[in-house]
Design a protein around this ligand. Sequence first.
Ligand code: 13P
Length: 256
Amino acid sequence: MNKATRKTIIAGNWKMNMTPSAAEAAVKETAALVAGKDGCETVLCVPFVDIHAAVAAAKGTNVKIGAQNVHFEAKGAFTGEIAADMLLECGVEYVIIGHSERRQYFGETDETVNKRTKAALAAGLKVILCLGEVLEERQAGITAEIVSMQTKLDLAGISADDMKNVIIAYEPVWAIGTGLTATPEQAEEVCAIIRGVLADLYGDTVAQATTIQYGGSMNDGNAAELLAKVNVDGGLIGGASLVPAKFAKIVDAAQA
Ligand code: 13P
């Protein structure tokens, strides 16, 4: 973390978990546990159908609500998709775009990730843009090339001014849901590479101001050492975000 130049953000990604009533209870419990913990921004990214209950439960607390995807068109014949202004009107502030599960199982490409990011930013949402290498790429020694390429393609045409509302989440695919966490050194190395690409694209001031999270089996036991790294500005947390007590401990670790 480097709180002098950028915000620390701890975000939960609930993925396809929690009914609306469970969401209401979990947001309330989380909000009570993180009350007054203003050393980081705390976000929960919930399934679309939970947004209404989650936003109501988060009202007046320091928990912000995010969605897990958004379509790039404003409206029309796109069965099953959700537009940015729909999310905004529901009280959503953040949206995850380009999660590896979307890329892997639902055909997302850097091109559609870029289009969704532009649409979300144009509407006024804050974007948590996910990228990261798969195991074969790490083993082949091409992690730096892969994340650099993703960063450039996903941010193509996005202005320096818009970068105020972009958070990058570095999520090595081999660490997601596997219990295998990147070491703090591995996370730091890649987050620094991404920041270097941002510096090339937008200059050093923007690069230093951009929050870069780590995601992949981050939990209450390993968060502190990951967040101790200067280029790791927070976390995007899956499994551990479903348990308010665990998630709140990660928020605690981000207060330092
Ligand atoms: P886990 O924390 O369950 O590994 O998930 C990470 C993730 O994909 C967050 O978006």
